[in-house]
Ligand binder design. Structure first.
Ligand code: TYD
Ligand code: MG
Length: 456
């Protein structure tokens, strides 16, 4: 019998304390700590009577040839790109996202694609009954494929079933929050259960050579253990994101032991499932009103891929004592920095103005290279003068007001030219050899240069 050991575990970050607290000391979240019996779960394990000896092997095989990791591809280009060129056999992948964002839809389509190319795929659904999964598959035109379904939530049962059948190439577990193991005493969805379930499935992936995809809901209230607590246990972590009101979704790689991170796959949610978006820039710039003041096009990069998006700013006189700063799709701390640099080095006073900043289409930018486009949009809105509609902006702004070069200038310019842009405003240091072939390249050295250009 495992010894009873009660601990208090934060459902957000997994931190263990010996007594209950309202606020987790490790991650600062409130009301996320619940009591769990962690005997054998966290850090524990069955005691072994005898020790088993292993044998180390050479890092490089004698022949000196390194094999490329064997991958299986879904035939959905955006999905395969995000996984780093296909799913590596024997690896465990976590796909996280808000409930209802389309994780099950994406994975059913990927399962159908993999099955069509001759892979054996088992889809384990703990959230929906087999009949419901079938209905969805019919809607996604995936029903005629050879995907095997299983409605099961007990980890030991899942592993036993997988062991009796022909070895699958891919197992999809939807979702980790429904998993429960006989070996842990806590309720399903708690950190202890999710961890021990994921641990067993990762072990299965390594020993059998089948790839395992784990679906995890991202939860903000912290009542159910989120994907964060298992991120370090898996080989790759992808997040499926999108804004509520918008129909496009982005599959973003944040960790990948077998490929590049920062890659994205772009999809559009429609009536018959997710459709690939091969050229995201066209989508993000689709509904642009180029003649309005306060809009600037940023030439960004997502991993190896250039993406053009419109940044919209609205600067309006405030009626409040403390002016409002609201940002959607960008970092509010960076906006504060750009505003401070505009005020200190360019004499642009915004202390009496509300500032709203929005990245069009519900897209999120994390690159500092967007600074220059944000500054251009802000000055354009304040001065009421629209920016040239055929111009793109990129460059990082430093606290001294200097405009610093950013990586991949040539690729950003190439994408802009492809979409019909004829002018670019970019850091001076980046402009060497990176000029627009047909159009005009404007080099700016500092933020005052840009303000002079925008405000005329
Ligand atoms: P789902 O894949 O169930 O989300 P998750 O598994 O991440 O919780 O997707 C749910 C949403 O997607 C739901 O609101 C309906 C919508 N949807 C479509 O718009 N078109 C479709 O073809 C499908 C299957 C779902
Ligand atoms: Mg689902």
């Amino acid at each position: 019998m495992a010894k009873q050991k009660l601990s208090f575990v934060c459902q957000n970050c997994g931190n263990v304390t010996s007594r209950w607290q309202g606020k987790c000391e490790a991650c600062g979240e409130w009301n996320t700590i619940i009591e769990e019996n962690t005997a054998g779960g966290i850090g524990g394990g069955p005691q072994r009577g005898s020790l088993r000896k292993g044998k180390p092997v050479a890092l490089l095989p004698l022949s000196g040839e390194l094999e490329e990791a064997p991958r299986i591809r879904a035939g959905i280009a955006e999905f395969d790109r995000a996984t780093g060129g296909g799913i590596v056999r024997g690896s465990a992948i976590l796909i996280g996202g808000d409930p209802g964002i389309g994780k099950s839809t994406l994975l059913m389509q990927a399962a159908a694609g993999l099955s069509r190319s001759g892979n054996r795929v088992v889809y384990v659904s703990g959230e929906e009954a087999v009949a419901q999964v079938r209905l969805r598959a019919q809607r996604l035109k995936a029903a005629e494929t050879d995907v095997q379904l299983m409605a099961e939530t007990n980890v030991e049962d899942i592993l036993a079933t997988l062991a009796t059948d022909r070895r699958p190439d891919l197992v999809i577990i939807d979702s980790i929050q429904t998993l429960w193991s006989d070996l842990a005493d806590s309720a399903p969805g708690t950190v202890t259960q999710v961890r021990s379930g994921v641990q067993a499935l990762v072990r299965y992936a390594k020993s059998s050579g089948a790839a395992v995809i784990l679906v995890g809901h991202v939860t903000k209230d912290g009542q159910i253990a989120g994907p964060r607590v298992v991120e370090h246990m898996v080989d790759a972590v992808l997040y499926f994101e999108g804004e509520g009101g918008h129909h496009f979704r982005i599959l973003r790689t944040v960790k990948n032991r077998f490929g590049p991170t920062d890659e994205i796959g772009v999809f559009e949610m429609g009536d018959s499932g997710l459709r690939e978006v091969a050229n995201p820039s066209e989508l993000f710039l689709g509904e642009r009103n180029a003649k309005a003041p306060g809009a600037a096009v940023f030439a960004g990069m997502e991993g190896t891929r250039p993406v053009l998006v419109e940044i919209q700013a609205l600067v309006a006189p405030t009626s409040l004592g403390t002016p409002r700063r609201a940002v959607v799709g960008w970092d509010s701390a960076r906006l504060a920095m750009v505003l401070a640099v505009l005020e200190a080095h360019c004499g642009v006073r915004l202390g009496q103005h509300d500032v709203y900043l929005n990245v069009a289409g519900g897209y999120r930018i994390s690159e500092p290279a967007a600074d220059l486009a944000v500054a251009a949009a802000l000055v354009s809105s304040l001065s009421g003068m629209a920016l040239p509609s055929d111009c793109v902006y990129f460059g990082e702004i430093s606290l001294s007001g200097a405009v610093r070069p950013v990586a991949h200038a040539a690729q950003r310019i190439k994408e802009a030219e492809k979409l019909g842009f004829a002018q670019s405003v970019l850091p001076q240091a980046a402009a060497e050899g990176q000029k627009m072939r047909e159009g005009i390249t404007h080099e700016v050295e500092s933020l005052p240069d840009l303000v002079a250009r925008v405000a005329g």
